[in-house]
Design a protein around this ligand. Structure first.
Ligand code: HPA
Length: 273
C-alpha cells in the first residue's frame, strides 16, 4: 500500500471517530465563501488539528475544518480552508483533504476560488465557470507510486469539469440573474502574483483566469472518479492589465463584495446537481 494511501486511511479513521456522516457532495470554499458553512444546518465539524498528520492552512482568513451538514436537503462535507502548494506542502498533502472527502463518500465535488482575469473581456466581480484547466506549471498530484485503491495510473483528463454540471450551473446562474462566464483556469504556483509578461504568456496559452489552487485538487478528484464543478470569482484583472498594482487585501475585498451572489449560486448548484 502506498504511504500516501496509508496516511489517507488513518486520516479517515480520525474523522470517523468524530462523525459517521455520509456526504453526497463535497465543497471547497475559496475566498469570499469562507463563512458559507455558517449558514447551513451543521451536523458535525472536525478541525484539521484533530486529524493526525493533516496539513494546516497557514493563510490568514482561512479556517481549517471540515463541516458536515445539509444544504437544504443535500448532505454535504465542506472544506473550510484549503491548503496551497505555495505554503510549502508536498502536492500529495495539498490534495489530501479533497481525496479524503472522496473517501468519506462524496461522489460530487464543487471547487471554488478567487482568480485573476487574463481575459480582457472579464471584469472584477464576474464569476467564471471552469470549462477546463492548465496545470502544467505545477507538479502533478499524481506523481509517485499510483494509488491503485483510488484510480488508474494514467487517468483520462478530457472532461475534468463535468459538462452535465456546467449545464446545470449555467441555468442556475441565469435564473438568479448572475453573469457567469465560462473559460479556462490556469494554476500557477504563487505566492507572488504573476508578472505582466507571464500573464501575457498564460493568455497566449489559452488561459482566461489565473489562480494558485484548484487544478491540482480537480486532478486528484478526477483520478478517483469524482464528478467536478469549478467556479472562480474573478477578483481582479491580472498583473499588467490595469495600472493598479495587485494587493491581496483588494482581492479579498472584491471576493467579499460579491459573496452573497457567490453563495446563492453555489447553493443552487449543490441542490440541482
Ligand atoms: N493571479 C493569481 N492568483 C490570483 C489572482 C491573480 O491575479 N487573483 C486572485 N488569485
Amino acid at each position: 500500500m502506498s504511504k500516501i494511501y496509508e496516511k489517507l486511511t488513518s486520516c479517515l479513521e480520525s474523522v470517523r471517530k468524530v462523525s459517521d456522516f455520509q456526504p453526497e457532495t463535497a465543497l471547497v470554499l475559496g475566498s469570499g465563501l469562507g463563512d458559507y458553512a455558517d449558514d447551513i444546518r451543521i451536523e458535525a465539524a472536525v478541525d484539521y488539528s484533530q486529524i493526525e498528520g493533516f496539513p494546516r492552512s497557514t493563510v490568514a482568513g482561512h479556517k481549517g475544518r471540515f463541516v458536515f451538514g445539509y444544504v437544504r436537503e443535500v448532505p454535504v462535507v465542506i472544506m473550510q480552508g484549503r491548503v496551497h502548494y505555495y505554503e510549502g506542502y508536498p502536492m500529495a498533502d495539498v490534495v489530501l483533504p479533497v481525496r479524503l472527502m472522496g473517501m468519506l463518500g462524496a461522489k460530487k465535488l464543487i471547487l471554488t476560488n478567487a482568480a485573476g482575469a487574463a481575459n480582457y473581456d472579464y471584469r472584477p466581480g464576474d464569476f467564471m465557470l471552469i470549462k477546463d484547466h492548465i496545470a502544467s506549471s505545477v507538479p502533478s498530484p499524481l506523481i509517485g507510486q499510483n494509488i491503485d485503491e483510488l484510480g488508474v495510473r494514467f487517468p483520462d483528463m478530457s472532461e475534468v469539469y463535468s459538462s452535465r454540471m456546467r449545464r446545470i450551473a449555467r441555468a442556475a446562474a441565469e435564473e438568479l440573474g448572475i453573469t457567469l462566464r465560462e473559460g479556462v483556469y490556469m494554476q500557477l504556483t504563487g505566492p507572488a502574483y504573476e508578472t505582466p509578461a507571464e500573464v501575457n504568456m498564460c493568455r497566449v496559452l489559452g488561459a482566461d483566469s489565473l489562480g494558485m489552487s484548484t487544478a491540482c485538487e480537480a486532478m486528484a478528484a478526477r483520478h478517483m472518479g469524482m464528478e467536478i464543478c469549478g467556479i472562480s470569482c474573478i477578483t481582479n484583472l491580472a498583473a499588467g492589465m490595469s495600472v493598479e498594482p495587485l494587493d491581496h487585501r483588494e482581492v479579498q475585498e472584491m471576493a467579499d463584495r460579491v459573496s452573497e451572489q457567490f453563495k446563492a449560486l453555489v447553493t443552487e448548484v449543490i441542490c440541482r446537481i
